[in-house]
Design a protein around this ligand. Sequence first.
Ligand code: ARG
Length: 465
Amino acid sequence: MERGTVADKPWGGRFGERTDRRVEEFTESISFDRRLFDQDVRGSIAHAEMLAHVGLISTAECQQIVRGLSEIRAEIVAGTFPFVLEREDIHMHIEAALIDRIGDVGRKLHTARSRNDQVATDVKLWTRDALDRIDGRLKTLQTALVNAAGRHEGLILPGYTHLQRAQPVLAAHYYLAYVEKYARDRSRLTDCRSRLNVLPLGAAAMAGTTLPIDRDHVAVALGFEGVAANSMDVSSDRDFLVESVFVLTMVAEHLAGWAEEWVIWSTQEFSFLKLPDGLCTGSSIMPQKKNPDVLELIRGRSARVVGSLMTLLVLIKGLPLAYNRDLQEDKEPLFDAFDTVDACLDLASVIVDGATLRADKIAARIDEGFLDATTLMEYLIKQGVPQRTGHEIVGHLVGLAEKKGGRLADLSDDDFRQAHPKLDPSVRQTLGVANAINAFRSYGSTAPDQVAKQLLGWKARLEMS
Ligand code: ARG
């Protein structure tokens, strides 16, 4: 980066010596906070318009400032804006460039403002935009999952606990489980957004200002729902970052669990899942390989997001009021967490859209693992047998079937009758995964009518939201 001049520093009056180059290199944030340029310009325009509104600057001055800021924004977008080390961060860059352009009028922009409330405002605006973007991505993923649920209608999967076969579930029920998880993530985003949406600007350095500003005016212009009531609090507040990155961490964890599941499902041993070639990669030595690298990287990248959350938590630990320079370190973990989750969500939707559950392979082994055992036990309960007794009886029958090398349905009428007199031949209506699925009743279960209702409900909700 270029070196500028001493005049690039707004605090030149107090200092007799030029800042040491090593200090400039160590303290700069322009290399990463230039990403806040649009938010900084928006914030400055709203601030200037408020200054004109209360008479601290004239309307003509305000117009000059707004024009200058818009030109600077266009230059940054075009990639022709010069960044120099002396101008430390994006806030100083934009203000100094404005002064270069319009002179003394530009020197009025920082009236009743500090970089402390300015940076808090910029980061809030950036985070708010980012939360909205992630919400859109989550909606797209939910839609992909709902479509996949519709595509695999009627398909029965083995459900697992401890990664051991447990009970049969409809594929649609499986897909909708993730739709629910992302719905909670979206509701956390909404929550977090509304708590975040309170304007810091006007807190100035930390105590407010003696000048007659109108903070509501700025809040309305920037779409904030309220104005922060305590200048010391808001200039040091980064709770909203921790909360936002926590929500992202939850999303990353949900993605990682699903990715792990699908890595397993795409193995030769499971053969549940077919991934399109375009979404897989090969091996440089083993010609037959088709690897689920995207899923593995989604699983792996969750580590970065958890890492960002930890960085932020440790960063704010033990900070006294109000602004401390430590807070400059909040941006990189914030940006990285958002970028990572953004990209993972994008690819996750592509994979859900492109992947097919291999109905033939799944059906070929669906009778293994006694998925109907719990249904049989509940059949006995319906006949008046205490649950513990029913459990024992079915456990015994499972042992017997295992010994004989078959399914529960392969046991003889005599085997059933000997196990319990209530187990007459009509018990066969509950055996097998199809019967077991149809026997479900409870709200939220994998019962076909329940699942159909949920699927319809989700389709409608996603169309509306
Ligand atoms: N670059 C700083 C940050 O990101 C801006 C605020 C600096 N404030 C100050 N008083 N030095 O936090």
